[in-house]
Design a protein around this ligand. Structure first.
Ligand code: UDP
Length: 307
């Protein structure tokens, strides 16, 4: 019988997200990716162990680096020779991009000592680790760069834009827009993204090892997201807050390669429908008393004054 072992330390994940899956092939192990050990050698490892929300990873940068890079180093030891190692990298590898949309060939504009570096650089270094392992040992590798994923099952205290605005709209009604809100993101609904991942990770005949941009290529500014949610939830208002240091000004995937590697796949859920579906899920969660207290973004005082 095939077996699926889910390893999660529940730092940002929630056990209840798996509660509906009753399948004897699934085993859940509460452990850190960088410390998990097993007598098994796995045919395939999918490494998604990392917080993705800036306030969460900025609060624990060392742990973030450890989860990504330490996780990959440890898990590689558990892979069968020539097994497949898939990894969720990020559009953050492009930093604050100087080209739009961003193709995979764009090398990015990242500050390796900046406030987002624990996330950006550990994703970048894990990409290097996997590419070099592929080159030197012949393991099969699949690396995706995900652009701003949102949707149901995000924790209400996650702190990223869509989930934060929805939690705020359903509680005190004040939507915190950092800066003037003109910064753009490409918001990908979770079902579309999962569909792309399953097509890429589980199609044996594919030989492309990545990196592969996956996301929705319609870019929408943060202020437009806030205004849309303001309209959906009566009584909501926008509160402008100080800008987050080094907040990327724009982000949009070039999907040319994605459309070649995954023919027929498209992000089908419009942003308007996706936000409405996510709102309904949040309404239930917040109604059941889920915590909506996201950590505040970290403001690095070293960046406040020019040196
Ligand atoms: N943002 C905001 N208010 C919030 C949360 C996020 O204005 O309550 C902004 C954030 O500064 C960024 C954008 O929304 O410009 C997307 O932030 P998110 O944390 O969702 O993802 P990021 O792309 O920064 O990783």
């Amino acid at each position: 019988m095939e077996k699926l072992v889910v390893v999660d330390n529940l730092w940002t994940g929630l056990r209840e997200n798996l509660a509906h899956i009753q399948d004897p092939r699934l085993t859940f192990v509460e452990a850190d990716a960088e410390r998990f050990s097993s007598d098994f050698q796995f045919d395939e490892i999918i490494h998604f162990a990392s917080p993705a929300s800036p306030p969460w990873y900025m609060r624990e940068p060392v742990r973030t680096i450890s989860a990504n890079l330490g996780g990959a180093l440890n898990l590689l030891n558990l892979l069968k020779p020539k097994g497949r190692f898939s990894f969720a990298s990020t559009s953050e590898v492009y930093g604050d991009p100087l080209v739009s949309p961003q193709p995979e060939s764009y090398r990015g504009s990242v500050d390796c000592t900046g406030p987002r570096s624990s996330y950006d650089e550990s994703k970048r270094c894990t990409e290097s680790l996997l590419f070099e392992s592929h080159r030197t040992t012949g393991i099969d590798v699949r690396i995706v760069r995900l652009f701003n994923v949102y949707g149901p099952r995000t924790r209400p205290d996650d702190g990223r834009a869509v989930s934060n605005f929805l939690s705020q709209a359903l509680t005190h009604g004040e939507l915190t827009v950092y800066g003037d809100g003109s910064q753009g993101r490409s918001w990908g609904y979770v079902d579309d993204i999962v569909e792309a991942l399953s097509r890429y990770f589980w199609r044996d005949e594919l030989t492309y090892v990545g990196p592969l941009n996956i996301g929705n290529d319609r870019e929408i500014s943060v202020i437009d997201v806030a205004r849309y949610i303001e309209k959906l939830v009566p009584g909501t208002r926008i509160k402008f807050c100080p800008p987050v240091p080094q907040d990327p000004t724009n982000r949009r995937p070039d999907l040319t390669l994605c459309r070649k590697v995954l023919p027929g796949w498209e992000a089908n859920v419009s942003y308007e429908d996706g936000v409405r579906m996510t709102l309904e899920w949040f309404r239930d969660k917040v109604g059941q008393g889920a915590s909506t207290d996201a950590p505040s973004p970290v403001f690095d005082t070293r960046l406040a004054a020019p040196v």
